[in-house]
Structures are given as structure tokens and as C-alpha cells.
Design a protein around this ligand. Structure first.
Ligand code: UDP
Ligand code: MG
Length: 342
């Protein structure tokens, strides 16, 4: 309902060929990217001209506080192939990508970051690979030009996710990809609120392949992914695609129960037989330290398990609230009846 209200209240700008789908739709999430947009526009126009396809770029302004929206609106005014969706507030990178996908009706749909870390020139080899008989070509980072801490975090996360996820989520691949429209239609139909786009893309199946590229450094501005947001993204990935944390809680619970039973049996035997251990007999056991250690250990396990439950319950709660996934404030050149925001 909220979404419907949002849809009704937003401004529609006249635009040509709204219903006509281009051959290539690009989805680009932008959050406070004012500094990089002029560069992005230039690189896009140059590289897309070489493709020989009719294209559109769907720029999703994720509630930016800088002049991002003003610049995007100007881009649309100058060239109608640039279309804009502006959120009422910051809903997060993944939601922005997903919202863009609901409007992407091209035969090929690409997702890339606004900061030019995903070079638009790489779309040509991706599309050539798609034409060899694939439905999804995702870009695999050969090397990253980011600080060591971020590189290590990413490397650990992707390997952990690969080890525990129920679907094969390819290593070192982010959202940068080109997909065929039927795959995007599957993604659009997903009812979940906590979206982890690269996971859903892998989950959808079809014929997928990776293509290696060197990830550039951010062309301008600062990262919009502080460690807190990165951690949330990692959690969404793990909790949405692996039941292992929940199972882990059960395993840890069982193991600690087993250890306590063994300890109880041992103490009973010790008391009955009465041998000396580390200079003590059961009758002279001071036991305070070990008792406190044990209580703390078990408490720790209990909190860990509660935490894991909490993560899942929080996500279930989020899904059941059925709130709109995003609220649109303004658009340029996009027909909202053409999208499926819910
Ligand atoms: N982004 C977004 N919403 C956010 C954070 C980021 O739309 O809340 C966009 C951002 O504008 C960029 C992309 O997501 O196009 C990736 O973000 P960033 O480059 O800051 O992340 P990093 O590459 O540093 O991990
Ligand atoms: Mg970046």
C-alpha cells in the first residue's frame, strides 16, 4: 500500500519510448556519487557507443544527500537514455540494485557500480561470452586495488560463503555481471526483502560463467561501504544462503552437552575411586576456578546460540512485516507501472 502511495505521489517526467525495451539495460546504484558522475557519464557514453546496441542506463539514487539526484536529472534531460529512480532515503546498495532490476527490460541486463571500479568497457567481452550460449556472465576479480584489510575481509568472506552456502556462489564475484532477461525476470519475482543479489543470481541457475577482470580503484569520492555495512552484507549472504549457522548452534549445543555428561561421569568415578589428580583428591577439591571457567564457557555458548537464533528471527520478522522494499521519491524517464516493486 505504502509503495502504491509512493508510486502515485511521485512525479512522472515525459519520456520517449517508455514501453519500448532497449537491447541493453544497465543498472547503476548511486549513493552520494556526485564527484564521480561526470566521469561515469563520459566513460559510459564512450564504451556503450562501441557496442552497437540500443541501450538505456537506469541510475538508482539511493537517497543521496549530495547533488547526485540533480546531476542524474540533468543527465536525463540531456540524453533520454539515462533514466533515474530516486529513493526517499538510503535503502542500501543491494536494494538499489534490485529496484533497478525491476525496471530493466532490455534483452541483456548489466549491473555495475557507479565509481568505475567495474569498467564499462568490460561489458563488450561479457556480451560476447553471453552470445557463446550463456545466460549469465559474472565478472570475477583477478586483482583488487583496495586496502589490505578490505582485500583480506573479502577473500575470507567469499571462501567461507562458498564452504557453507547451499548454492554454489562463485568466488570473488560481486554484482558486476550481464544477464539475459529471463534470469532478471526470475530475480524480479523473488519475494524476499533481505536481498543478496549475487546469491540470488547464483541460486537462479541457468547457464552461468565467470570472466576475469582487474578491479580498478574508485575513480573519485570515498567508499560508501564502511565496515558496518560490509558486515551486514556478509551476514545477509551467510544467513540467506546457509542454514549452517543454525545447525552450528545445535552442534555446539550437543558438543557442550556431551562434554558436560563426560565431566559428570568423570567426577562420579573420581569420587567413588578416590585417586589423586594433580595433587588433589575429590574431598579436597577447591574447584572454584574450574567451576567459574565452566560456567563462563557454557554461558558463552548459550549467548552464541541465542545470537544465531536472533539473526534468523530478525530476518524472519523483517520478511513478515511485508513493508515495501523501497520508497520512490522521484523518477525521470521511467514508467512505474512497468515495474514490479512488490
Ligand atoms: N551504494 C548504494 N547505497 C549504499 C552504499 C553504496 O547505492 O548504501 C552504491 C555506491 O554508490 C556504488 C556501489 O553501491 O555505486 C558500491 O559502493 P562502494 O563503491 O562505495 O563500495 P566499495 O566498492 O568500496 O565496496
Ligand atoms: Mg566501489
Amino acid at each position: 500500500m505504502l509503495t502504491l502511495l509512493a508510486i502515485k505521489s511521485c512525479r512522472h517526467e515525459p519520456s520517449q519510448n517508455l514501453k519500448e525495451s532497449p537491447q541493453l539495460s544497465l543498472v547503476i546504484p548511486c549513493y552520494n556519487e556526485g564527484k564521480v558522475l561526470p566521469l561515469l557519464r563520459e566513460r559510459l557514453v564512450q564504451s556503450l557507443a562501441g557496442l552497437g546496441l540500443a541501450w538505456e542506463v537506469i541510475l538508482v539514487d539511493d537517497g543521496s544527500q549530495d547533488d547526485t539526484f540533480a546531476q542524474l536529472a540533468a543527465m536525463h534531460a540531456a540524453d533520454l537514455r539515462f533514466k533515474v529512480l530516486s529513493f526517499s532515503r538510503n535503502f542500501g546498495h543491494q536494494t538499489a540494485v534490485y529496484a533497478g532490476l525491476t525496471h530493466a527490460h532490455g534483452d541483456f541486463v548489466a549491473v555495475l557500480d557507479a565509481d568505475l571500479q567495474d569498467p564499462p568497457e568490460f561489458l563488450a567481452p561479457c556480451i560476447a561470452r553471453l552470445n557463446e550460449g550463456f545466460d549469465v556472465v559474472y565478472a570475477v576479480r583477478r586483482q583488487r586495488k583496495e586496502n589490505l584489510f578490505k582485500r583480506v575481509c573479502y577473500a575470507v568472506f567469499y571462501r567461507l560463503l562458498k564452504a557453507i552456502a547451499e548454492v554454489e556462489i562463485p568466488l570473488d564475484s560481486g554484482d558486476f555481471c550481464v544477464m539475459r532477461q529471463p534470469v532478471v525476470a526470475v530475480l524480479r519475482a523473488m519475494p524476499e526483502r533481505n536481498v543478496f543479489v549475487r546469491g540470488l543470481r547464483a541460486w537462479s541457475g541457468f547457464r552461468q560463467t565467470g570472466l576475469e577482470y582487474d578491479r580498478a580503484a574508485r575513480a573519485a569520492g570515498e567508499t560508501k561501504y564502511p565496515f558496518r555495512k560490509l558486515l551486514r552484507l556478509a551476514f545477509d549472504g551467510v544467513f540467506a544462503f546457509s542454514p549452517l549457522p543454525l545447525r552450528l548452534a545445535t552442534y555446539v549445543g550437543f558438543i557442550s552437552l556431551f562434554i558436560s555428561v563426560l565431566a559428570a561421569v568423570f567426577i562420579l568415578v573420581w569420587k567413588t575411586v578416590g585417586f589423586r589428580l594433580c595433587g588433589y583428591e575429590p574431598s579436597s577439591v577447591p574447584g572454584w576456578t574450574s567451576l567459574v571457567c565452566l560456567v563462563l564457557f557454557l554461558n558463552g555458548i548459550q549467548f552464541l546460540i541465542l545470537g544465531v537464533m536472533g539473526e534468523f528471527i530478525g530476518r524472519i520478522y523483517n520478511e513478515t512485516k511485508q513493508r515495501p522494499r523501497w520508497i520512490i521519491r522521484e523518477t525521470r524517464g521511467l514508467d512505474l507501472s512497468n515495474a514490479r516493486p512488490l
